[in-house]
Design a protein around this ligand. Sequence first.
Ligand code: NI
Length: 184
Amino acid sequence: MTEGKLIVALLIIIRLGHPKIQEGAEPVSSEEVRSREIQRLIDDMVETMRDAHGVGIAAPQVHVSKQIIVIEVSPENPRYPNHPAVPLLVLLNPTITDHAETTEAGWEGCLSVPDLRGLVPRWTRLSVSGLDRRGQAVRLDAEGFFARVLQHEVDHLHGRVFLDRLPDLKTLTHLREYELFWKS
Ligand code: NI
């Protein structure tokens, strides 16, 4: 047997309408975190996010009702270009512990709501606590686009998509029309 990374697999991303998208997810127990299944799931989620050019993905989007999110932002991401880089973040059982009172509207899409963008208000700054993939407690502060992605992914763990946060359905636009008329 050679040591090294397991072969990773691309997972099927479920879309709005699949009941699991609107179900909540269970926390991952501290015994479970280091299991082969969860570690493999995390690797596969990272690969699936990257393949789909996502900036984040939550376990319910790949059929798993567990509180796991992964986030990675690159300024070269074709779906969300020119945002400050966020190195790969794996977070289990994330809880928003604190947030700014101010919100800012920004364009969001979702791998489970393909081909749409909407203008969603999110808190500009927040603190999150949870576990890393080794089961260690972590706490982090985020602002701007990173804070937005965190709120979007944490919402998935509670059965919410960005459409649930849209104050005005008139901002909902297909991607092509977004590129043509709204992209700044
Ligand atoms: Ni999403």
